[in-house]
Every structure is written in C-alpha cells, then in structure tokens.
Design a protein around this ligand. Structure first.
Ligand code: PRP
Ligand code: ADE
Length: 174
C-alpha cells in the first residue's frame, strides 16, 4: 500500500473546528487495519536505526501512532500534555496554532541529556504547536531531536519556523 492510498482515506471536514478551516481527519485512516499497519511500517523504516531512546507524543493525536512507533523502535514514550493534566512538576510553553492559542507541558523528569528524542504529532499546520514542543524538549539538552508528522500542510510553511539543521519528516503532504 502506498502513501496515496492512505491519503485518499483522510476525511476532509470543512469549517471544523471553525469557519475557514479544512480539517484533515485521520480517524478514517486509523480505523483501517491495513492503513494503521502501513503507517507503523513507514515510520519504523525511517526511525528504527537512529538510536532514538524516547518518542515524545503531543496530546492528543500524537498519542495514537507515538506509542506504536516507540514499541517498534525500542524507545520509551513520553506524553506532552495540555495544561493541568500532568501530575508532577512540569515545564510549560504557550503557543499559537492554526485555530487558537494553547499551552503544553512536559514532566521535568521526562527526558535527560543522554536521550535521542523523536517528537511526533499527527499534523503540521502553522507549526506553533510543534515549535513549542521542540523548545520544551531542547530545555533538557538531549543529544539530538528529530521531528515527525503523519501529515504536513505545506502551504502554511510551518517547517520554516525551525532551525535549518532539524530533521523534519512528514509522510503525507498537502
Ligand atoms: C492539532 C494537531 C497539532 C496541531 C497543529 O491539535 O494535532 O497538534 O493542531 O497545529 P499548528 O501546526 O497550527 O500548531 P489540536 O490542538 O487541535 O489538539 P488535539 O490533538 O487534542 O485535537
Ligand atoms: N490542526 C491544525 N490544523 C489542522 C487541520 N487543518 N486539520 C487537522 N488538524 C489540524
């Protein structure tokens, strides 16, 4: 199965969650067993040999493929969550995304300097969410940080927010 078949199964929902947004809904991909397996295989092929020790998934849609990928590449999984959800001490960043403003948090003991981190989310739009996540992860001074999305809305140029040396991969592009 190729990327085009997976892309054809993404459901477009017009004017969600607000007018003017075309929401790229991946639930129609995840519910298909063959697509789910294929996504997992594609991500594993990219990241299996990079020495990644922690996959950091962004709430909530980064919690779907993130743990699946972590188990396949022998990494741990760390949740980065919306405010007030993590129970122990956290670092926080606020940010602007395609449809609003928000805050994300990570536990202060979630990562260490020896980690090689893969930051994962389902979709890159304006990049506000992932840039905040990237800045949070950099506070731990890890050995390396990779960034991954299932879907990239290229026309919004979210990847331009990141330093040039950050390796950003997305599987499906609009
Ligand atoms: C969506 C998506 C990304 C973010 C991308 O999450 O899963 O995290 O928006 O937008 P940006 O690139 O413009 O920042 P959302 O905040 O809707 O939360 P959810 O995953 O809990 O639905
Ligand atoms: N997150 C931000 N923009 C989005 C979009 N257009 N579709 C799905 N998730 C999103």
């Amino acid at each position: 199965m190729g990327v085009e078949i997976i892309k054809s199964k993404i459901r477009d929902v017009v004017d969600f969650p607000q007018k003017g947004i075309v929401f790229r809904d991946l639930t129609t991909v995840f519910k298909d067993a063959d697509c789910l397996r294929e996504l997992s295989d594609m991500l594993t092929a990219i990241y299996a040999e990079k020495g990644i020790t922690k996959v950091v998934g962004i709430e909530s849609r980064g919690f779907i493929m993130g743990p699946i990928l972590a188990t396949r590449i022998g990494a741990g999984f760390v949740p980065m969550r919306k405010p007030g959800k993590l129970p122990a001490e956290t670092w926080q960043e606020s940010y602007t995304k395609e449809y609003g403003v928000d805050v994300i948090e990570i536990h202060k003991d979630a990562l260490c300097e020896n980690d090689v981190v893969l930051l994962h989310d389902d979709l890159l739009a304006t990049g506000g969410t992932m840039l905040a996540a990237y800045n949070l992860v950099k506070r731990f001074n890890p050995k390396k940080v990779y960034v991954n999305f299932l879907v990239e809305l290229e026309f919004l140029k979210g990847r331009d927010l990141f330093p040039n040396d950050v390796e950003i991969e997305s599987l499906i592009k609009y």
